[in-house]
Design a protein around this ligand. Structure first.
Ligand SMILES: Cc1cc2nc3c(=O)[nH]c(=O)nc-3n(C[C@H](O)[C@H](O)[C@H](O)COP(=O)(O)OP(=O)(O)OC[C@H]3O[C@@H](n4cnc5c(N)ncnc54)[C@H](O)[C@@H]3O)c2cc1C
Length: 297
């Protein structure tokens, strides 16, 4: 069984940032990733709000960070972590192929957006289908867009998009919005928003590799340049029974979870803003606090 100082689970921007700090402090670190390094960055065709880059596409940013991590001779294990166990003062990280004993864990497992699970959806994620109006809304400036959902995040997204797009159509499966009253009142200030109740998208209609409209289950066809899906996220956190709030890992001011020496950062944790900049900051803090503990400073 491998024995490590720190195991980082997840090689999104949070996990890779933590690795940079740990390796530069000379700490023995292993990153375990079950997919491509970069996580959600790989789904973003364009990032314009991360300082230092007026524009960068997500996969390029992911690759830049990955190269920085590899240059520091960080060890990688490409495998899926299935469970974490505690054994005396140690933690045991169990992957599909092996067990790794370690002193500290950083859970940087992120989250995934709920999807509609429709045909050709995967193909258009980041290219017509988005999960982040703040990130991608500007690409639909003065165009017609669709929002799917009726809760707080859907209405927040709709308000933001209504301020930059020609028309926003909200498609909601219920007969009334479930968002807070204040948000709904805010939305009413925009006259370019239409809400279609009691409807679901049945099919994305594409032409020349672009989404051009959607067909609803009531057979209405709504022309659109983009579809924003805001029906919630699923945090990835089922590896050990730490304290959670609404599925998200709860951390203290040091980014330590309810279990000693298990830290968490990035989109897996309970917080207000789910962005690259916040993930980087949290990972920096989590790693720095571990470094302080290991070096007794
Ligand atoms: C389409 C889209 C566009 C976006 N645009 C922007 C933007 O423009 N600006 C911005 O600031 N933010 C944007 N975001 C949000 C931003 O990408 C995320 O906040 C950030 O990438 C989260 O990073 P993370 O490392 O916490 O999690 P993730 O990126 O989700 O990484 C988690 C990693 O952990 C791995 N993992 C999970 N479970 C396991 C396991 N059991 N074993 C091994 N590995 C595991 C996953 O494979 C993944 O690689 C966007 C998000 C999306 C989806």
């Amino acid at each position: 069984m491998q024995n490590r100082n720190v195991v980082i689970i997840g090689s999104g921007v949070a996990g890779m940032t933590a690795a940079i700090y740990l390796k530069r402090a000379g700490i023995d670190t292993l990153i375990i990733e079950c997919d491509a390094p970069g996580g959600q960055l790989n789904k973003s065709s364009s990032i314009e709000n991360y300082p230092g880059f007026k524009f960068i596409d997500g996969p390029t940013l992911a690759m830049n960070i990955y190269e920085q991590v590899i240059d520091l001779e960080t060890d990688y294990l490409f495998d899926k972590v299935v469970e974490i166990k505690e054994k005396d003062d140690k933690k045991i990280v169990i992957t599909s192929k092996e067990k790794i004993e370690c002193d500290y864990i950083i859970m940087a497992t992120g989250r995934t957006s709920r999807t509609l699970n429709l045909d050709n959806e995967r193909k258009y994620i980041g290219k017509g289908i988005s999960f982040c109006a703040l990130c991608d809304g500007n690409f639909y400036k003065d165009k017609e867009v669709i929002i799917v959902g009726g809760g707080n995040s859907a209405i927040e997204e709709a308000i933001y998009l209504a301020s930059i797009c020609r028309k926003v159509t909200i498609i909601h499966r219920r007969d009334k919005l479930t968002a807070e009253e204040a948000l709904i009142n805010n939305l009413k200030e925009y006259n370019n928003v239409e809400i279609i109740y009691n409807a679901n998208i049945k099919k994305y209609d594409d032409k020349d590799d672009k989404i051009v409209s959607v067909t609803l289950d009531n057979d209405m066809v709504i022309p659109t340049s983009g579809v924003f899906i805001a029906i919630g996220y699923v945090p990835i956190n089922n590896l050990i029974d730490v304290k959670k709030d609404n599925g998200y890992i709860v951390v203290d001011d040091n980014y330590e979870t309810s279990i000693k020496n298990i830290y968490a950062c990035g989109d897996a944790i309970k917080k207000n803003t789910y962005q690259i900049a916040t993930a980087v900051g949290e990972a920096t803090n989590a790693a720095s606090n571990i470094i302080k503990k290991i070096k007794n400073t």
